[in-house]
Design a protein around this ligand. Structure first.
Ligand SMILES: [Zn+2]
Length: 408
């Protein structure tokens, strides 16, 4: 082929109904840009204004509960991907990789920054805030309803992506097999067994300190830190956490968030917020050069992953929720072998993670319930008239997270 950047012929289906034509269109150029106009935004909450024909029908029997119970007027939050809730992948809780999954705000599925949003497979996808009995929780039904009445819309919006993704990163790390000696206080592989530890083989208190690095302190990184602090303090796991970002304003935000969490929410360990250079020194100092047991990589580029590899100990785990588009990986199979490192990559199954994320949202309203404060994850709420300017300012790093109210 002589030319790969001209046009090509393709058979295309034109909306709204059967209208097939052969068109001259640009040859695709990888991820070089977006060609189709589409609605932005993959985080949204709203009120149901209409239901498809699958809802409330006789055919809803045996399907996810929302097909029978969702009603016009219910308040819902959507995960950032569509998931059917009915395939084996969804049933197992791996909803981000449902075989019918689509990402909101992409050329394949319009996003949520609009007054009205169509949600495909809505009975499997949506989280029904008006019907608390449709989800599991550590709270009773009464507690759930009381909590819901106190949550602002801006707070609930965090459930769409950033909070479940942060909880997901922390959950993957704490439940990883490599971390179990710290949880059980028993050495590998006795940590998986109910057998007692023989005399003389006990691990020492200093071995039990769970040292974690968090690489990247954007909104998801902050949520991961808050979730991890909640887990280790609740479960009384001794910890040391190194929160890392090259950007000074992100570090200040993380410090303010940590400062706003009450003592119970961070008891039992140490927490520092540092730059990239300071991180390696801190890890060395705290672990006598061994490295961090878990590294949460919340950025999604090669340098973040390289730092994660440098910081992780032998027999450690890197759990990466950043969206990686660069290649190759900054380490080889040999490097991975040499550190016995476990690598967890990928998108959060947000629909499956809603219940624990909701519980944390309620518990940590000191952080998630505020707007425009030093410890807030949301800077402001604006109308669509300020949307274009807000995108420009965000792109230049002049503002943090800005919410749009399409009805303002
Ligand atoms: Zn599915």
């Amino acid at each position: 082929m002589s030319e790969l950047n001209g046009t090509q012929k393709a058979v295309r289906w034109h909306p709204p109904s059967y209208d097939v034509r052969v068109d001259d269109i640009p040859i695709p150029q990888g991820h070089s840009g977006v060609h189709d106009v589409h609605i932005c935004g993959h985080e949204f909450i709203g009120e149901v204004v209409a239901l498809g024909s699958s809802f409330g029908a006789e055919s809803a029997k045996g399907r996810p509960p929302l097909y029978s119970r969702l009603e016009v007027g219910h308040k819902v939050v959507s995960p950032f991907t569509v998931n059917c809730g009915e395939c084996s992948v969804c049933r197992l809780g791996y909803t981000a990789r449902c075989t019918g999954s689509l990402l909101f705000g992409s050329p394949l599925l319009n996003g949520g920054q609009a007054q009205y949003v169509r949600v495909p497979k809505a009975g499997g996808t949506l989280f029904d805030l008006s019907e608390p009995s449709t989800w599991a929780s550590s709270m009773t039904e009464t507690e759930k309803e009381k909590a819901l009445s106190n949550l602002s819309d801006s707070s609930l919006l965090m459930l769409a992506d950033i909070l479940p993704t942060g909880v997901f990163a922390a959950t993957q790390a704490i439940n990883h097999p490599k971390v179990q000696p710290f949880i059980t206080g028993k050495p590998w592989p006795l940590c998986f067994s109910s057998a007692p530890v023989p005399e003389g083989l006990q691990i020492l208190d200093e071995d039990k300190v769970f040292t974690v690095a968090i690489v990247g302190l954007g909104p998801v990184g902050v949520c991961a830190a808050v979730s991890l602090l909640d887990i280790v303090s609740t479960r009384k796991i001794p910890f040391r956490i190194i929160a890392i970002d090259p950007n000074g304003s992100r570090r200040e935000k993380m410090k303010a968030v940590y400062g706003a969490i009450d003592e119970d929410g961070k008891a039992g360990g140490e927490f520092v917020v540092v730059s990239v250079d300071e991180a390696k020194q801190k890890s060395k100092e705290w672990t006598h050069g061994v490295g961090c047991t878990a590294v949460l990589e919340v950025v999604g580029n090669t340098s973040a992953l390289e730092l994660a590899y440098d910081l992780v100990r032998a027999f450690g785990v890197i759990t990466s929720v950043g969206v990686h588009q660069q290649r190759p990986l900054p380490f080889t199979g040999g490097n991975a072998y040499d550190k016995n490192v476990s690598l967890d990559f990928g998108r959060c199954p947000a629909r499956a993670m809603f219940p624990p994320a909701f519980d944390l949202l309620v518990k940590r309203q000191d952080i998630f319930g505020t707007i425009g404060q030093p410890a807030s994850l949301i800077d402001k709420i604006v109308d669509f008239g300020q949307a274009e300017e807000s995108y420009r300012a965000f792109d230049k790093g002049e503002v943090g997270k800005v919410l749009f109210d399409p009805w303002k």
